[in-house]
Structure formats: C-alpha cells, structure tokens
Design a protein around this ligand. Structure first.
Ligand code: 4AD
Ligand code: MG
Length: 432
C-alpha cells in the first residue's frame, strides 16, 4: 500500500487517469469467467473494481476469488470514468489486499424479515436504504442547528436525569438516584423555559424518553426532540416559527439529498407543497369535520392516529390543529382567555405520520399554573423551581417540540420510524 495515493471514493472525480488506493468494504461482487467486478463502499461513495484475469497475477486473481460480501479491502488501480458502474467510476485493479475477512455475512441480497434485520441492526446500517435514511437524518440535524444559529438562538443542553415530570406521569422511565426517584427526561422544555430570561431565544436538542407501551410505527421509547422556546412570542408567533422552520428543513433536504431521496424512491409531490402556506383548523372544527365524515369522536377526546390520518386525507399537506381541550394536554399550556375549556396550543400534522410537532404558549400566571399542577396531581415540590419562573419576571412565551424521527420519516417517505434512528429502542427491543 502506498499511502501517497490513498483516495476517498467521493473524490475520485479528481483522480481520473491516476493510480490510487481506496480502502473500504465489498458491497457487491460478481465474476464472469475471466473478468471480476468488486464494488467497494468506503462511506463516501461506491466504486467498481474491475479485475481482468489476463492482466493480473494468478495470486491476485485467486485472492479476488476468495473475497466475500463485506470484507474490508485495499484496492489499487487506475481510475476511469464509467457511467454504467455503481458510483460512476471504475478502477482497473492491479493490486488487492484483504484487510478483514467476512465469511457468511448474515445480510445477503435477498428478502429478510424486519425482525431479523433489526436483530442485525449493527450490520444492516451498511445497506443502501439505511445509509440513505440516516444520511437524510444527519442533514436534517445539521439544518436544525443552522436554522437556529442563523437566527440567534442559543442552544441549551437540558438534563436527561430529572426530578420533575415533564409531560405526564403515564409514560415515565424511573430509576433510583441515590435513594431519590429520578426520571429520564420526557422533554427538555421546562429547562429551556428557564433559560429564556437569560437568552430570549433558546433551543434544546437531545434524546427524550417515553415508556410507550404501544407498538406503533410512529412510537419509539427513545427519540430525539428539538425544542425551541421564545420569550415574548404568543401562540400565533409560535405557529409562524414552526411553519418557517419546517419549510427550511424540507427545502434543505430537497436541495441537498436528491441522491438519497432517489434511493428511497420518494415521490416528492407533497414535499413540494411545503412552500405554500400551511393549512389551519381549530380542534373544534376538526372534530366537527371528522364527525361529518362518519367518525364517532366526541368533543373532548384526543385525536388518535386514525383521526389524524383522516384529516391528512382531507388536506394532503401540513396542517395545524390548534386549541385542543385542556383535559387532553399537558399542565403547562396556557388557558385560552376566550374559552377556559381549551388551551393555546397546536399540533402540526403531516401526511403519512400525523403529528410531528406539539407546541403551545405557556401558562404564565402563577395561580393558574399551580392550579393545573394540582389538578393533574403532580408532586408540587418538584415544580417549585419551575414556579419561580412565574414568580420572578413572568413573561409571555411559547415553544414547541419537533420529533426528529417522525420528521425524517415523513421526508423520506418511510413506513416506520424505527429505521430512521441508528439503534432504535422500542418496547421489545434494547439490543443491539
Ligand atoms: O407533543 P409532545 O409530547 O410535546 C412535548 O414534549 C413538548 N414538551 C414540546 C414542547 O412544547 N417543547 O412531543 C413532541 C413531538 C411529537 O409531536 C412527536 O413528533 C414526537 O415529539 N414524539 C415522539 N416521537 C417518537 N416516539 C414517541 N414516543 C414520541 N412521542 C412524541
Ligand atoms: Mg403531542
């Protein structure tokens, strides 16, 4: 191996006619008598190595014949443009070295059941659709940071271990914390609210945990959430921020992830509609609409997945549903001054997944907030610090949480969000 001629496959376009060495894994392999093809993947792209029996030594030919899927290799030869080759480049191999063998690689080019693939998630990550989905996730994450950075938000890292229930007592993971009960964070929201008077516009972005006992295609027990919080922004401003933010992310993916969307065979029509204003409907009107369509939903029921799906069939593009009943939403949402049965909140629904965002204006009145904590029978002591935010300079503020996996699931047109996080955690899955 001559380290001087090392090249990443992603930059082979600058090496046409040169002899280079690429390091990677064998993604595909086939042989036709006197000619062998090895497709090598190095994380930056794919390149096809071509080996002609007549032009190489017997040893080299034999060593190529001993190669199997996912061997790691060093492959050396001259780079040629070849539009028909996977990746668009061919390397005329004149040296080949096996770095790590791979016999009986469990994932072969054939149908495997999803449980089998999830059991082999550590290997499944190498497959083309998985690489495409996770590459989109990576780009969405970067777009999120860029969006907030460009707008002067300060990132606040909220704790994962917490003593205060963030959302609801129903789906908590708890653990012993030196004799005290600690929970894994369901949300970072209460902490970003505390950071608002320090920085005005803030956000957190981290893993959140919910002991979801439901096995659905849109629930994980560990998922990543982005939660901005803005001082002096009301519910209307909050929805405007959500719309602008989601539009920015989708535009960025349409611009930068064409290749991945093609691998995933994503029909882009509904994504292109994101550039138009989002639809809006109040919860009350949504219930009336659903009832007219034959649903038996009653005012006061939360919208379930089938209700959200029905609304998406009606609208076909992102839809804000706002002002839900207080009884189905978390304690911190601001009571609607015009109707004490509803709160100033919204969900954002998208085709395929339904809710990707939950947001609200926060209750800034100390007594009303305390009343809600008591109504929900939450342990008051755990919220004394949170109530201080209403005691010392209370302020109108709002924010929202966008679920990363559901958002990436929607953008990539996936059926289930479990493929959009490197190592999914679900009720029946803690490994790998
Ligand atoms: O609506 P949620 O529960 O809102 C909150 O947690 C607020 N504290 C956010 C805020 O205002 N700062 O959750 C927000 C989003 C949902 O819309 C959904 O996209 C995602 O988080 N989500 C899940 N994603 C995957 N698996 C789960 N179990 C999820 N639960 C919520
Ligand atoms: Mg919600």
């Amino acid at each position: 191996m001559n380290p001087k001629n090392m090249a990443e496959i992603g930059s082979l376009k600058d090496c046409i006619g040169e002899i280079v060495t690429v390091l990677g894994w064998i993604d595909a392999i086939r042989s036709h008598g006197k000619i062998g093809f090895l497709v090598v993947r190095d994380g930056t792209g794919l390149a096809q190595g071509v080996i002609l029996k007549e032009e190489v030594s017997q040893d080299l030919w034999d060593s190529h014949e001993s190669m199997t899927l996912e061997c790691s290799v060093a492959l050396t030869g001259e780079v040629r443009e070849e539009p028909r080759a996977p990746g668009g480049f061919e390397i005329g191999v004149n040296d080949l070295e096996m770095l790590g063998s791979s016999s009986d690689y469990p994932i072969q080019p054939k149908e495997h059941g999803v449980e089998f693939l999830l059991d082999h998630r550590h290997l499944w990550l190498r497959s083309s659709r998985q690489r495409a989905g996770l590459r989109v996730r990576h780009e969405v994450e970067q777009a999120i940071h860029d969006y907030f950075y460009e707008r002067g938000f300060v990132r606040i890292d909220s704790p994962i271990l917490t003593g205060a229930i963030g959302e609801s007592a129903g789906s908590l993971f708890s653990t012993d914390y030196f004799g005290e009960e600690a929970y894994l964070a369901q949300t970072g929201q209460l902490y970003v609210e505390a950071a608002c008077p320090a920085f005005r516009k803030v956000y957190c972005f981290g893993p959140t945990f919910r002991a979801e006992k439901s096995k659905t295609r849109r629930h994980l027990t560990e998922f990543w959430m982005i939660e901005p919080e803005v001082a002096f922004a009301d519910s209307e401003a909050n929805m405007q921020l959500q719309e602008d933010f989601v539009r920015y992310i989708v535009k960025r993916i349409l611009e930068r992830c064409q290749e991945q969307l093609e691998v995933l065979e994503r029909d882009l029509r509904d994504l292109e509609l994101v550039s138009e204003p989002f639809e809006r409907i109040s919860y009350t009107d949504a219930v009336n609409l659903l009832r007219r369509k034959g649903s038996s939903i009653e005012w006061g029921d939360d919208l379930g997945a089938p209700d959200e799906q029905q609304l998406m069939e009606e609208f076909g593009r992102p839809l804000f549903v706002y002002e839900y009943p207080k009884s189905v939403k978390a304690f911190y949402m601001k009571q609607n001054p015009d109707d004490d049965k509803t709160v100033l909140c919204n969900d954002l629904l998208v085709p395929g997944f339904g809710e990707i965002i939950g947001g609200s204006q926060r209750e800034d009145d100390l007594d009303l907030l305390l009343g809600r904590i008591r109504e929900e029978k939450l342990p008051e002591e755990a919220y004394s610090w949170y109530l201080d935010l209403r005691r010392y300079g209370s302020f109108v503020h709002s924010g929202f949480g966008l679920g990363l996996e559901r958002t990436v699931g929607w953008i990539t047109g996936s059926r289930h969000i479990r493929e959009l996080i490197p190592f999914p955690r679900m009720m029946n899955r803690l490994s790998p």
